[in-house]
Design a protein around this ligand. Structure first.
Ligand code: MFK
Ligand code: FAD
Length: 520
């Protein structure tokens, strides 16, 4: 065996061409003329992500971000050292319209789908540049809805630029030490004592500590604070603020101190910081006291990004695994053809397919809603499927990545094969952008807030279940869900404690319908 060397796993040369489900879905959903317009670009990106971008991502992983708080003489400098690969990936994202495609709206309600297809191809080769893109998009949408005209004219051209030199990324600072799920504990205060004019029309100064601030190399951010000088307002009520950090990526931050970068289990190429706002100029967005509701515009976009990135992560892991299992031999044949391993692999594929369809159906609905083309029923389905896709895909990606590591055997546990990182990176998706429990509670919040939501969902499932003649197992689970939804009015603690059961039943029933509908 001295002369035996296992061939390493290899990606397909073009991940768009190799992706059966993505192509099937787009072919069945998009009008012909749009397919013709965008497939060339997807094909180009599918080639780049399997070649050039892999080198840039490797550079990001090899050269993790570094924070240098002081210069050799003790002066505070807060220098951030970011790899060349990171900058190149951001530039590629700008040039290829990863954010802007959704706002140029050249393909009407299908623009979102096109954009999410681009993100899906890009994300697994992006070393988590996908994260600032998600937040940039969420901030763009929030400014589109709540921003004043002058601010929109100032900021949107940067967030939506296709020129890397002009392109800005944005962050979202919600989490404080006291809690990321329950942001009402926020202690950052906003004081309206601004005296000098700021370029972006700052109205307040912010004081406080934000405990997780990802992509701290960004140019702008949205954040929450309570009003320090409005006694009429309940102190629990938060307001939304726009902060401009820097025009140039390498500029030092003003009136914001980077306390340190987080030492994280995964997402290690992404600079996530603890920061102190010490009189940071900020401009209020939307109405005072409506901060949580207003920032939920960001959340609903980033949660769909999160789901797309999970699905993309599963696809990448399974591509590597399939190639490997078809080369690796045991007991006289390639491992892929051992019936039990084959069954394991197929089950992972099905978890991926369910995740893909829920997520891309959400993207389709989002595009319709943004273009004013969604019916009331579709708006309600979008509101429900957003947290559902987020929580379901984030759990599936952990299961899939863990099995993938095991299916690589001992090699899956060895760092420089690149496989362990798949598992470490997978764990984040269920935590950030709201944990699994918080997503379940968000679904229950919708059922409680909109009286029609339960019947809309049950009707949608029943009509489609009948249309696709779904089997007894499906019907039994449908009755179980109906029973759970009926019990929501009883206002006892079992309602919350059944949150996960409710969500996973919804995910099963809904994804079965989509599997039939898209003929997978
Ligand atoms: C790679 C791709 C991903 C990239 C990731 C980027 C890096 C990671 C960045 C982050 O992790 S950023 C931080 C993410 N943080 C969260 O997701 C917070 C999690 N916690 C929640 O979502 C809580 O549910 C929430 C903070 C919203 C609960 O707060 P409250 O104050 O108890 O909320 P409440 O009173 O139920 O809701 C306030 C209003 O917002 C209500 O409207 P009304 O005032 O009109 O009644 C709600 O209906 C509304 N609302 C809440 N969530 C909503 C929403 N509206 C629409 N959509 C939602 N999702
Ligand atoms: P907690 O809120 O303390 O939750 C702890 C546990 O309690 C969780 O499992 C949760 O599900 C559960 N729980 C809480 N309340 C309930 C309830 N009512 N019912 C049932 N269960 C409950 N935040 C930002 O704002 N901006 C960023 O850029 C950012 N980047 C991040 C990057 C990384 C790598 C990570 C890991 C996190 C980042 N976060 C960011 C923070 C993230 O959003 C929070 O960690 C997350 O929202 C959870 O908040 P928490 O950590 O305070 O946990």
């Amino acid at each position: 065996s001295k002369s035996f060397f296992q061939e390493p796993p290899k990606l397909p040369a073009n991940t768009f061409r190799a992706d059966k489900l993505l192509r099937t879905f787009l072919l069945s959903v998009l009008p012909k003329n749009i397919q013709e317009d965008i497939f060339g670009h997807l094909d180009y990106v599918g080639g780049q992500v399997a070649s050039t971008l892999l080198d840039w991502a490797a550079d990001c992983e090899a050269n993790e971000p570094v924070h240098v708080p002081f210069d050799p003489w003790g002066k505070r400098v807060d220098k951030l050292i970011i790899s060349q690969g990171w900058r190149k990936l951001e530039g590629f994202a700008a040039e290829n319209g990863l954010v802007s495609v959704a706002y140029e709206r050249k393909f009407g309600c299908y623009s979102r789908l096109y954009q999410m297809a681009l993100l899906y191809l890009f994300a697994p080769s992006s070393a988590f540049v996908s994260c600032p893109l998600a937040m940039t998009d969420g901030v763009a949408r929030t400014l589109e809805i709540y921003g004043d005209k002058d601010l929109k004219e100032r900021v949107l051209p940067h967030l939506l630029s296709r020129n890397p030199a002009e392109f800005w990324t944005a962050g979202q600072w919600m989490t404080e030490k006291t809690g990321g799920s329950d942001v009402s504990q926020t202690s950052t205060v906003a004081i309206s004592d601004i005296t000098e004019e700021s370029e972006f029309g700052a109205t307040h100064r912010l004081y406080g500590i934000k405990w997780f601030a990802s992509a701290i190399d960004s140019n702008a951010a949205l954040t929450l604070a309570k009003m320090g000088d409005n006694e009429d307002l309940d102190t629990k009520e938060l307001s939304l603020f726009y902060v401009e950090l820097r025009k140039n990526k390498n500029e030092r931050l003003q009136k914001i101190e980077i306390l340190r970068l987080k030492d994280k289990l995964g997402t290690r190429a992404l600079p996530t910081a603890e920061i102190e706002l010490n009189g940071t100029p900020a401009r209020i967005i939307g109405r005072e006291g409506r901060g949580v509701s207003n920032i939920s515009v960001v959340l609903n976009i980033t949660r769909i990004y999160n789901a797309v990135c999970c699905v993309a992560h599963m696809r990448r892991s399974l591509d590597l695994l399939e190639d490997y299992l078809k080369k690796r031999k045991s007991f006289g044949k390639v491992v892929f053809h051992h019936p039990l391993q084959y069954r394991v692999f197929r089950n992972l594929e099905i978890a991926y397919q369910r995740s893909f369809l829920l997520t891309f159906y959400a993207a389709l609905l989002l595009g319709k809603e943004e273009n004013g083309e969604a019916s009331e029923v579709e708006c309600m389905l979008l509101r429900l499927i957003t947290p559902l896709a987020k929580l379901f895909t984030a759990k599936q990606v952990i299961l899939v990545s863990s099995e993938v590591v095991e299916s690589f055997g001992g090699a899956g546990y060895i760092e420089n094969t690149g496989i362990p990182r798949l598992l470490r990176d997978a764990q984040v998706y269920s935590i950030w952008e709201g944990t699994t429990n918080i997503m379940c509670l968000d679904i229950l919040r919708v059922f409680a807030k909109y009286s029609s939501s339960r019947s809309v969902l049950l009707q949608y499932l029943a009509v489609n279940g009948a249309k696709y003649s779904l089997n007894e197992t499906w019907k039994k689970k449908y009755r179980e869900l109906r029973h759970l939804l009926e019990s929501l009015d009883t206002a006892n603690s079992s309602v919350q404690s059944n949150g996960r059961k409710t969500a996973f039943l919804m995910a099963f029933l809904w994804s079965e319908i989509l599997l039939e509908r898209y003929n997978v």
